[in-house]
Ligand binder design. Structure first.
Ligand code: GTP
Length: 749
C-alpha cells in the first residue's frame, strides 16, 4: 500500500520501481488532499540527495516544516527513505522531494541503477537540487560520492532539454568554524566543472558553458544539535528557497509559466517516471507540452461542444433562408467558444494554449464556412429571384423607361454585396470578392439577356413602324410622280429615320449596350431601314405604270383647267400634239425612275444627345443618299422591267390616243339624229331587195354566208370575225375617212 499521509506522499516506492510506473490515482488523491493543486503553476520544487543517513530528512523537516521520516539513531542504523517522498512547505509554495540516500548499504550490487533513477527523477523534477555532504566527507572520497551526480547530469543532458537554470546547492553539514569555506567551495565547484567537462554532451550543449545551465552555491550548516545556530542557518537557507522578498531568493528570475499545473502533475510525473524507469529518451519541456496538448485538446473539444447547439441552430436557419448579420452570429459563437476555452486553458503552456486556441478558431471557421456556402447560395437565389420578378414586371413597361429601371435594379447587386460582406467574419477570408464578382457577372448576364430580348421585340416593332413610314413616304410620291420623286423620298426618309436613329442610340446607351455592340445595332438598324425602304419602293414600282398612265391621262384627256377635252372640237393634229406632249412627259418620268439606284454614302455627323439616364454620348451618324450611281446593286427598276413597263405604258397610251381619235370621229356620226337613220332604212329597203335580185350581188353574199357557215361547222368561229374586222377596219381607215373627210370639207366650205 502506498503511503499517503496527506501531508506527504511516497512518490516512488518499491512498487513504482518494480512496475516502472506511478500509481496516478493515489498521486491525484494526494495532490487534492495536500492542497498542492491549489498552487497552480506558482511553485518551485526542491529536492535533496546525498549519502544515506546524513540527515537529509532532518534538514528538509527543519527547512520546510515537512514530516519526512527521520531515522532514530537509538533504534537502528539503516535506510529510512526509500525511493522519493514528496511533500510541501507548510507555508510557502515550495514542493519538497526527499530522495533515497545514495551508496545505500541496503541496495545490493547492481542496484545502483535504482539510485540513479530516483536521483535523475529528482533532478528532472527539481528547480533546486540540494546535495547533502558532510564536512568530514569532503576529501579524497568526495569524487566517489559525487559519481552519481556525473551519471544523472549526463543523463539529464541527454534526456531532457534544459529550459531553465537549475540551482545546485551543496549543503555542507557539521560545519566547523575552523574549516575553510573558500577551499570547500572551490573544491565542490571544481568537482562539478570536472564532471561537466568529462561527460559526453549532446550536440546542442557542446559549446554551452556550465554556468548557463547550472547555478552552484555552497551553504554550510553547523552540527544540528547546535540548535540555535542550526536554526538560524536553516532559516537563512529557507529564506533563499522560499521567501520571494529575500534579496537572495534563488528563483527571482524564474518563469513560472513554464511550470506544469499541479492538477496535471500526476500525468506529467507518471510520464517522466515511465520514461526514466524504462530508460527511454525524454524531453522535459516536450513532456510539459504533451500535458498541455492533452488538456488543451480536451478543453477545446469542450468549447466546441459548448457552442454545438448554436452552430446547429445557425446551420438550420441558413438552410431555409439567408441569415441577416451572419458574420455577427458567427462571431458571437466564436466568442463564446474562446471564452470557454480561455477559462480553463489559459494557464497551460502558452504556445500550446495559443496553438489549440487557433485550432479551435480554425475548426469553427471551417464550420462557419460550410454555413457560409449555404448563405451565399441563399443570397444568390434570393437576389436572382428578386431580379426575375422585377424583370417580369418590366416586360410590361415601355422600353424607354428601362434605363432608369436598370439603375434601380443595380440596387439589388449592391444589397447582395452588402449582405455578403456582412456574412464574412474576416475580410477576404472566404474569397467573398470572387463570389461578389461572379454574382455580378451572373446578374449582368441575366439582365443582358433580358435587355436583348426586349430590344429584339422593340426592333421588330420599330421595323414595322419604319416600314409603314416608308410606305407613306413612297406612296405619297408614287401618287404624284414628279421629277422630285427621289429627292423628296430621300428628304422625307432621312428626316424620319434621323429622329428614330437618335432615339435608338440613346436607348441603347441607356440600356448599357457596349459601344461595339451599339455600333452593330445601329448598323443593323440602318440596313434594315434601308432594306424596308427598298422593299417598299420595289412594291410601289408595280404601281409606276398605272400611275404614269393616270398622269398621262390627266394631261391628255383633261385640259389645263381640269375639264375633259372635247375631241370633236379638236383637230387631229391638236390631239396628236397633246398626245405627244403628255406621252413625252410620262416617258421622261419613267426614265427618271428607270436608272435610279439606292446606295449608302456614309457621312459623319457628331451627335450629342442628353439621355434620359443622364448619359451623354457622341457617336458617328451614318446617312444614306440615293443616287444614280451605277456602282450599287440596289437597282429599283432594272432594264427588263423598265422595257416591260414602257411597252405596256406605250400601248395603253396609244389606246387612249386611238380612243380619242375615234371619239373625235364618232362624234361626227353621232351628231346625226337617230330618226334620220330609220328614215334612211325606210327609203332604202326596196332598193336593197332589188339589189339582191342581181346575181352579181346575190352570189357573193351566198358565198360569204356559206364560208361563215363552214367555219362555224369546223369550229373556226373567230375566222369570219377576224375577216370582218379586217374588212371593216380597212373600210374605216380608207373609205370612211375619205367619205367623211369629203363631207366635212364640204361642211367646212
Ligand atoms: N551528525 C549529524 N547527524 C545528523 C544531522 N542531522 C541529523 N542527524 C542524524 O542522522 C540520522 C539520520 O537522519 P535522517 O534525517 O533520517 O537521515 P537521512 O539522510 O534522511 O537518511 P535516509 O533516509 O536513510 O537517507 C538521524 O539519527 C539524525 O539524528 C546532522 O546535521 N549531523
Amino acid at each position: 500500500m502506498i503511503k499517503n499521509y496527506g501531508d506527504r506522499y511516497h512518490l516512488i516506492d518499491k512498487k513504482a520501481l518494480e512496475d516502472k510506473k506511478l500509481d496516478k490515482d493515489q498521486l491525484v488523491e494526494f495532490v487534492k488532499t495536500s492542497g498542492i493543486s491549489e498552487i497552480g503553476k506558482n511553485y518551485n520544487i526542491v529536492s535533496i540527495i546525498g549519502s544515506q543517513s546524513t540527515g537529509k530528512s532532518t534538514l528538509l523537516n527543519q527547512l520546510f516544516g515537512t514530516k519526512f521520516d527521520v531515522q532514530n539513531r537509538q533504534q537502528s542504523v539503516g535506510q529510512t527513505t526509500v525511493g522519493i517522498w514528496i511533500s510541501k512547505d507548510v507555508q510557502n509554495n515550495v514542493v519538497v522531494l526527499d530522495v533515497e540516500g545514495s551508496d545505500s548499504v541496503e541496495r545490493k550490487s547492481g542496484e545502483n541503477m535504482v539510485e540513479n533513477q530516483t536521483a535523475l527523477m529528482a533532478l528532472a523534477m527539481s528547480h533546486c537540487f540540494i546535495i547533502n555532504v558532510f564536512l568530514n566527507a569532503l576529501g579524497q572520497h568526495t569524487s566517489c560520492q559525487l559519481s552519481i551526480i556525473k551519471i544523472i547530469m549526463q543523463q539529464n543532458l541527454k534526456l531532457f532539454q534544459q529550459d531553465s537554470v537549475k540551482h545546485i546547492i551543496f549543503v555542507v553539514r557539521d560545519w566547523d568554524e575552523d574549516a575553510n569555506y573558500e577551499e570547500a567551495s572551490r573544491r565542490l565547484n571544481g568537482y562539478l566543472l570536472n564532471i561537466w567537462n568529462e561527460i559526453p554532451k549532446p550536440d546542442q550543449y557542446k559549446e554551452t558553458d556550465f554556468h548557463e545551465l547550472f547555478s552552484v552555491q555552497v551553504v554550510t550548516l553547523v552540527y544540528y544539535k547546535m540548535k540555535k545556530e542550526f536554526a538560524d542557518q536553516t532559516n537563512e537557507l529557507h529564506s533563499k528557497l522560499a521567501n520571494q522578498q529575500d534579496p537572495n531568493f534563488i528563483f527571482k528570475d524564474y518563469d513560472y509559466e513554464k511550470n506544469v499545473r499541479w492538477s496535471d502533475m500526476p500525468q506529467y510525473l507518471s510520464n517522466i517516471w515511465e520514461v526514466i524507469s524504462n530508460n527511454k529518451d525524454l524531453n522535459l519541456p516536450n513532456e510539459k507540452i504533451l500535458i498541455s496538448n492533452m488538456r488543451c485538446q480536451q478543453i477545446k473539444l469542450e468549447a466546441l461542444e459548448g457552442v454545438k447547439q448554436l452552430n446547429e441552430d445557425l446551420n438550420n436557419r441558413v438552410r431555409t433562408k439567408f441569415v441577416d448579420n451572419f458574420a455577427k452570429e458567427c462571431q458571437t459563437i466564436m466568442n463564446i467558444a474562446t471564452k470557454i476555452y480561455d477559462k480553463d486553458a489559459r494557464d497551460y503552456h502558452i504556445e500550446v494554449y495559443k496553438e489549440k486556441e487557433k485550432e479551435l478558431k480554425d475548426e469553427l471557421i471551417n464550420r462557419f464556412y460550410t454555413y457560409f456556402q449555404k448563405q451565399i447560395e441563399q443570397l444568390k437565389q434570393y437576389y436572382m429571384n428578386m431580379l426575375s420578378e422585377n424583370l417580369e414586371t418590366l416586360k410590361r413597361e415601355s422600353i424607354y423607361n428601362l434605363p432608369d429601371k436598370l439603375n434601380e435594379l443595380d440596387m439589388l447587386k449592391l444589397q447582395f454585396e452588402e449582405q455578403l460582406s456582412q456574412s464574412v467574419i474576416e475580410k477576404g477570408l472566404w474569397q467573398e470578392e470572387d463570389h461578389i464578382k461572379y454574382f455580378k457577372q451572373q446578374f449582368d448576364n441575366h439582365l443582358k439577356a433580358f435587355v436583348e430580348a426586349q430590344l429584339a421585340n422593340f426592333k421588330q416593332q420599330l421595323d414595322n413602324i419604319i416600314k409603314s413610314e416608308c410606305d407613306k413616304i413612297v406612296s405619297q410620291q408614287v401618287l404624284n410622280i414628279s421629277p422630285k420623286f427621289w429627292l423628296q423620298i430621300e428628304t422625307d426618309y432621312y428626316s424620319m429615320i434621323f429622329d428614330k436613329y437618335q432615339k435608338y442610340e440613346v436607348l441603347l446607351t441607356g440600356l448599357r449596350v457596349q459601344q461595339k455592340q451599339i455600333e452593330d445595332y445601329l448598323n443593323k438598324f440602318e440596313e434594315d431601314c434601308f432594306h424596308n425602304l427598298k422593299q417598299v419602293i420595289a412594291v410601289a414600282s408595280g404601281r409606276f405604270k398605272d400611275q404614269l398612265f393616270q398622269q398621262f391621262k390627266a394631261q391628255f384627256v383633261r385640259a389645263s383647267d381640269g375639264q375633259p377635252r372635247n375631241w370633236q372640237k379638236l383637230t387631229e393634229e391638236e390631239i396628236f400634239h397633246f398626245y405627244t406632249d403628255a406621252r413625252d412627259k410620262v416617258f421622261s418620268l419613267l426614265d427618271l425612275l428607270r436608272i435610279r439606284k439606292i446606295k449608302f454614302i456614309k457621312q459623319s455627323a457628331n451627335l450629342k444627345q442628353k439621355a434620359k439616364t443622364l448619359i451623354i454620348t457622341s457617336s458617328q451618324k451614318v446617312q444614306y443618299e440615293m443616287s444614280s450611281d451605277a456602282d450599287s446593286d440596289d437597282v429599283v427598276l432594272n432594264d427588263v422591267f423598265y422595257t416591260q413597263v414602257k411597252m405596256q405604258l406605250a400601248e395603253d397610251i396609244d389606246v387612249q390616243y386611238q380612243d380619242a381619235i375615234q371619239k373625235h370621229k364618232q362624234d361626227f356620226l353621232q351628231n346625226i339624229p337617230k330618226p334620220f337613220w330609220f328614215l334612211l332604212l325606210f327609203f332604202m329597203y326596196d332598193d336593197v331587195l332589188r339589189w339582191m335580185g342581181n346575181p352579181l350581188l346575190l352570189y357573193p353574199i351566198l358565198i360569204i354566208l356559206c364560208f361563215i357557215g363552214f367555219c362555224i361547222a369546223i369550229g373556226l368561229h373567230s375566222l369570219p370575225k377576224l375577216a370582218f374586222q379586217w374588212v371593216f377596219k380597212t373600210l374605216n381607215q380608207a373609205v370612211i375617212p375619205l367619205i367623211f373627210g369629203g363631207i366635212s370639207k364640204l361642211k367646212g366650205s
